[in-house]
Design a protein around this ligand. Structure first.
Ligand code: AMP
Length: 395
């Protein structure tokens, strides 16, 4: 796989289309509540401006379902970007294609920035429509993809348009993501400990299958652990379970044992009668969960055991919370794992919005090797899948 990066391309005075991932979150008042994704693209944007490229940025935002909707306009994103870039004005056209945009693109001066309106205001973006891809491509002379978070989608802006632009490459964020995640797949330092959590086993089956080929120890927590525990015949009360995946979970455990890979499951739990912050939280002594109770976090023995494994690791991949960490009584497990990952002397990669939120809440982000901006994309990468947004960049 050969990919050229932006610093290997001639971009001076060129119309440079950068696909960014500015899919930021907003609070109830409509203010941007987390601009991490905008900040993550700044090195590429600043480099392009320094090189005197004519910068055209494009992103999706939310799920406007193929129609213009002011709620999902890129305008507040453009304003935040302008603040972050300090002395640079950001032009904000009312669409991402069409004559007006084409004219503005043609008039852009070196060192200027234009942020196109939400790509998903057109259904053709997600449909990877050829005509729409050609319209986007016509805006630019060079294409650079820095939107790792969207690289698992074969959309017009991440895949379709790339073949119609004469020069293509990836940005610095994309480079950091590809390099960090590739290191996990190719010769990771051992022991390699993977930690998976979150609600559903079904979302993570492919990742588990591939991790069994590459990691030494897999720590499972969160809602998904109860399907595995159920597969082992453990009483799980009324915890979250995917009945139709119990058989698959059993097969995975058997295969791991045959291959000498340690899949660890919770040894104890924090339980309550309801998934509610005001419900009385209890800690079980052992692995069984009484009738009428549900497991909502890993218990202290599990935290201790998982932390021991994490502290021994030389490579760590973590995706998914260990419990319902949004509710204070069930946040301890996820928080303690975040701290252990930060304290470990390992090359660590953390992906997924919830795990990143936990890392930030614990105040340990600066001690994590690589925080992946793409939850779904990083899981597919680890699953061993070819991501369309990366394939499109191959020379
Ligand atoms: P995912 O999107 O699959 O990574 O799942 C994240 C969600 O899983 C979070 O919203 C958690 O609240 C939820 N979760 C984690 N542990 C549990 C659990 N034991 N029971 C129910 N939901 C859980």
């Amino acid at each position: 796989m050969t990919i050229k990066y932006i610093d290997e391309l001639t971009i001076a005075e060129k119309r440079l289309f950068i696909r960014v991932d500015f899919n930021v979150s907003f609070d109830e008042l409509g203010n941007i509540s987390d601009d991490t994704r905008i900040r993550a693209a700044l090195p590429t944007i600043r480099y392009a401006l320094g090189q005197k490229a004519k910068v055209i940025l494009a992103s999706h935002l939310g799920r406007p379902k193929g129609k213009p909707n002011p709620k999902y306009s890129m305008k507040p994103v453009g304003e935040r970007l302008a603040q972050l870039l300090e002395d640079v004005d950001v032009l904000l056209p009312e669409d991402c294609v069409g004559d007006a945009v084409k004219k503005l693109a043609g008039e852009l001066l070196p060192g200027q920035v234009m942020l196109l309106e939400n790509l998903r205001f057109h259904p053709e973006e997600e449909a990877n429509d050829e005509g729409f891809s050609r319209q986007l491509a016509a805006l630019a002379e060079v294409y650079v993809d820095d939107a790792f978070g969207a690289a698992h989608r074969a959309h017009a802006s991440t895949s379709g348009m790339v073949q119609f632009v004469p020069v293509k490459g990836a940005g610095f964020l994309m480079r950091a993501e590809i390099q960090s995640l590739s290191k996990l797949l190719e010769k990771p330092a051992r022991p390699f400990v993977a930690i998976l959590g979150g609600a559903k086993v079904s979302d993570k089956l492919g990742v588990i299958e591939n991790l069994m080929n590459i990691c030494d120890c897999l720590l499972i927590g969160g809602g998904m652990s109860y399907t595995f525990l159920s597969a082992k015949g453990v009483q799980i009360g009324k915890s979250l379970v995917e009945e139709d995946k119990i058989h698959t979970a059993r097969r995975i455990l058997e295969r791991a044992e045959a291959r000498n890979i340690s899949i660890m499951l919770p040894l104890d739990h924090v339980v309550a009668a309801a998934c509610d912050a005001s419900a009385k939280a209890l800690t079980t002594d052992g692995v069984s969960i009484p009738d009428g109770m549900m497991g909502l976090d890993i218990g202290p023995k599990t935290v201790a055991e998982y932390s021991t494994q994490v502290l021994k690791a030389k490579t760590i991949f973590w995706n998914g919370p260990m419990g319902v960490f949004e509710l204070a009584p069930f946040a301890n497990g996820t928080n303690k794992i975040a701290i252990a990952v930060a304290e470990s002397n390992s090359s660590s990669v953390v992906g997924g919005g919830d795990s990143i939120a936990a890392i930030n809440k614990a105040g340990v982000a600066s001690r994590i090797g690589h925080i992946s901006t793409g939850g779904g994309a990083s899981l597919e990468f680890i699953e061993g899948k070819k991501l369309p947004g990366i394939v499109a960049l191959e020379q």
